[in-house]
Every structure is written in structure tokens, then in C-alpha cells.
Write a protein that binds this ligand. Sequence first.
Ligand code: ADP
Ligand code: 5GP
Length: 201
Amino acid sequence: MEQGKAIIFCAPSGSGKTTLVKHLLEVNNNLGFSISACTRDKRGRNEVHGKDYYFLSIEEFNKKIDENAFVEWEEVYPGGYYGTLKTEIERLWSQGKNVIFDVDVKGGLRLKEYFGDQALAIFVKVPSMEELEKRLINRGTETEESLSKRLYKVKFEMAFQNRFDVVLLNDDLESSFKKTEDVYQSFCEGTLQIDKKPLNL
Ligand code: ADP
Ligand code: 5GP
């Protein structure tokens, strides 16, 4: 099977990575989304099994761990397990696509190590904590408890940003769409200079 590229998006929850990933998928038909497995409940009627996530019970998730079915998995929140399935990567590469990942920071760094030069790892940043909180509240998906769990992790996650290839500030959304498109294109063309220090966009 021809191996494609791996585009990894990480960020504290609420930074806008899902919005940027969806945009990139809309404007590039050579990209496919790696649908993760997770043990959290679906958010209302908006989320679909096999499209947003494979929603598994904890027993099903543990069985996949035992079967060595994951490239990486994490307990992202206490009691909330998420993982990247090997079969997802095979599914998308067999269609000749590059794979895009929306995973937590630790999972993202694992994937970057796993894919080596084939990977582009992007950390999405918000202008401030206040803005992050505002976005999470406006998204209308969080309870008070899940909001505080997410905010609690932000500082920890921000500490890893220097280990990414690109740090993308998601301030004005239209500019972020353009930055995302441009960086993906130059990575595919092989003209993106990847250094030890992240490229700040
Ligand atoms: P994440 O996937 O990182 O948790 P989302 O993509 O779900 O974040 O974005 C969180 C919320 O912020 C969503 O309601 C989204 O519409 C909004 N959002 C994303 N980017 C911006 C931006 N640049 N300016 C304002 N709001 C944004
Ligand atoms: P949410 O519950 O908001 O959809 O996702 C919570 C967090 O889990 C996000 O940071 C998301 O990127 C991360 N996540 C989603 N899928 C995976 C995965 O397969 N592996 C890891 N490590 N994290 C994931």
C-alpha cells in the first residue's frame, strides 16, 4: 500500500482545531479524516457514530487495546479514553489520501514520532485564555464540569507547543483558514522548511 502523509492538529479544547480541520477537508479532496475511537457520550444529535467518532463502551475500547488495534490511545480526561485505530490509517491510505488527525497534544506527539518525515504536526493557539473560555461557552457543548476539566488542562497542553512543526495562532478565522491551506500545500509540495523550532504562523 502506498503510504500517504499525516497531518496532525493539536490544541487545547476550544482553540478551533476542529473548525480548521473541517475547512481543510472541504477544500482538499486528497485528504481524509482519521475517525478516532472514544468512550465519551455523543453530543446531542449532532454527532454520528462512524463519522465524528467510533463511540465505544469502555469494554469495547479495552478489547481494542488488548488486540493492539491502536497506534496511540490516551485517557484524555478522567474516564474519557480516545485512540487512533490502525485500520483508519490503512483505510485512508488505501484510497490514496493523506490522513488528517484531530487528537490531544500527547497523542499528537506520539503520531509525529510514529510517522516521522511523513508528518506535519500543527499546534493551534488562541490569543488568550479569556477568548478560549468564551469560545467553549459559545459552542454550547459543555456542562460546567466538562468546561472546567477542559480549562484545567490548557496550561499543561500549551507547554508542549514548542515540540510541534508549526504553531498557528487562530485569531481571525478567515486568516487562519488561509494560513492552514498554505501550510498544507507547501508541505505537500515539499517546500515547507521544517526545523527543530516551530514555524510561527
Ligand atoms: P476545538 O476543536 O479545538 O475544541 P472548535 O473548532 O470546536 O475547537 O472551536 C470552538 C468554538 O470556537 C466553536 O464554536 C467555533 O465555531 C469557534 N471558533 C473557532 N475558531 C474561531 C475563531 N478564529 N474566532 C472565533 N471563534 C472561533
Ligand atoms: P472532544 O471530546 O472535544 O471531541 O475531544 C476531546 C479531546 O480528545 C480533543 O483534544 C481531541 O483532539 C482529543 N482526541 C480525539 N481523538 C483522539 C485520539 O484518537 N487520540 C488522542 N490522543 N486524542 C484524541
